[in-house]
Design a protein around this ligand. Sequence first.
Ligand code: UDP
Ligand code: MG
Length: 341
Amino acid sequence: MSQASPMLSVIVPCFNEAEVIEHTHQRLTGALEKITPDFEIIYVDDGSRDRTAELLREIQSSSSRAKVIRLSRNFGHQIAVSAGLEYARGQAVVLIDADLQDPPEVIADMMAKWREGFHVVYGQRTERSGETKFKLWTARAFYRLINRLSEVPIPLDTGDFRLMDRAAVDALLRMRERHRLLRAMTSWVGFKQTAVLYSRAERFAGTSKYPLRKMLALAIDGIVSFSAVPLKIVTSVGLAFSALSVLGIIYAIAQRLWTDNWVPGWTLIFIAVMLIGGLQFIFLGVMGEYIGRIYSEAKDRPLFLVMEELGFDQVRRATNQANGWLDADTFPLHPSARLRR
Ligand code: UDP
Ligand code: MG
């Protein structure tokens, strides 16, 4: 590894975090300085519409440890983090939210585990203050469900707050899918993984950038990207209903041939038609989810676009290019909006 690569990179995705970002930077820097002098903090501005970008620029100009990438629009939390991963050069890389819900002090424990030889150290929440009952309940249901369905187990009650070794990060960078659930993807990578327990604090300021809609989208991504079980369920329910309808047909014919009460069957038929019609729509929807994903993966667009980067040097570019993460052809051609995959 080149000398210029720091030991620890910390990636902070920021979407409209103007209220917290300065405080976050101070607390994070404070915590990291106690761990190692050799760290970088990469702030990824995910298309914020408030003063976040401005504040990040100030932070960057006054701190040599801070680096900033600005995405060209809001790409979503998971993509923002992925962008950060691509820029990070540390031997160990930590993902942490901008709102201080994950205490930066826990990074020290993670580093200790890393030094013991673990490749992935994920933060596991023992309690979560300041979250609504609804959020807690849906989060729990989500983890139980995804573990039922998916081939790789995802540790319960973990978010994206985690440390990854360079080996795990490089592996992750090779996973190019657009629908990303990083916590599931890091699970998939394997290596030696362990947990560090912590209690998740309240948001320091501002409001959650994860409305129900985004939470649902994340849950569906997680389930559909890591399991074909929904498709299998569709098939078996379809088979069951076909079998039932064969019975129904035999019954109807028997009624018609050997009895004379075959007019009043209307109710039954009506219900059956409604039921099967409804099921078909649901199943079409499930198919659609997968086909839609095939479509968007097939388009193979860049995962994100960067419109500004601050604090990075040529060495990083050289290393990343050598590693093959950056597209060497487009790199020098579009200095302001480079396309990356
Ligand atoms: N975030 C982002 N892009 C988005 C939504 C969120 O980069 O489209 C960032 C946000 O700034 C924060 C982190 O992702 O640093 C987690 O978001 P938030 O705290 O709102 O989620 P919650 O903790 O409520 O699940
Ligand atoms: Mg939060």
